[in-house]
Design a protein around this ligand. Structure first.
Ligand SMILES: Cc1cc2nc3c(=O)[nH]c(=O)nc-3n(C[C@H](O)[C@H](O)[C@H](O)COP(=O)(O)O)c2cc1C
Length: 223
């Protein structure tokens, strides 16, 4: 096809414009993809929870305080929140269990937890920890015990290397919220990016699903 000189120039400009448009949209797509990946990444939920019974019927007040009943099954308050997070984000889940089981009798448990805190104890965790290097984000859940984390969480942070990861504590409690635990975790894991996650009062634990979902959306983990 023969083109007049002016027409050739116009086609060349069009071709350059089209190439620029394609490059620009590819650039934008490239920007969007890593941002989504950074928000979600590969996530793990690590939690400790101590329901004081495994029987759904005839609970004492203390047992009821420490547990929810979902589909007829007893779960610890923190255990339930951990399961919701894992379900709604597709994260893996790991339960911290003590080598020596804690007593389920409330007063005995409260006394033992106090003694562990006063002694700066590091109760042993049963079994091996998961390979944390595989994860970008680690949610860490625990009940508030004596305005602190249960001491077995200190054992976890002593053993875990969370450098470079997004670490998101979440807590269930009887009124104290996180206390100073988020700050403590940031001190224990100076290389991690520690954020404040959801704080669920035990009185709301049974019904906390919508709140957990809303918080996850805000934190960039909506499914
Ligand atoms: C040993 C012990 C100490 C506790 N200390 C506190 C506390 O200082 N502040 C608070 O708000 N709740 C406290 N609680 C209440 C728990 O944080 C609350 O019941 C929590 O939801 C239990 O979670 P779990 O069922 O996952 O173990 C304590 C409970 C126990 C057993």
């Amino acid at each position: 096809m023969l083109l007049a000189r002016g027409e050739g120039m116009t086609l060349t400009k069009l071709a350059i414009f089209a190439a620029l448009a394609v490059t620009f949209s590819a650039f934008c797509a490239g920007l969007a993809a890593p941002r989504e990946a950074a928000a979600a990444g590969k996530a793990l939920v690590v939690y400790f929870s101590m329901p004081e019974t495994d029987k759904p019927d005839g609970m004492t007040r203390e047992e009821d305080n420490s547990a929810v009943v979902i589909d007829g099954k007893v779960l610890g308050n923190t255990q339930y929140v951990a399961q919701l997070i894992a379900e709604r984000t597709g994260a893996d889940i790991f339960r911290i269990e003590p080598e020596k089981p804690y007593p389920t009798d409330h007063e005995t448990l409260v006394g033992l937890a106090r003694a562990e805190k006063d002694d700066g104890a590091r109760p042993a965790i049963k079994g091996a920890l998961p390979d944390l290097s595989a994860y970008d984000t680690v949610f860490v859940g625990y009940p508030n015990w004596w305005a602190d984390m249960p001491m077995i969480l200190y054992t976890f942070f002593d053993r875990a290397d969370l450098s470079g990861k997004r670490v998101i504590p979440f807590v269930t409690h009887g009124g104290s919220g996180f206390s100073r635990t988020v700050e403590t975790i940031a001190e224990l894991e100076p290389g991690a990016k520690v954020e404040r996650g959801v704080s669920v009062p035990r009185s709301d634990a049974q019904e906390c699903g919508p709140e957990v979902t809303a918080w996850l959306r805000e934190a960039g983990f909506a499914k």
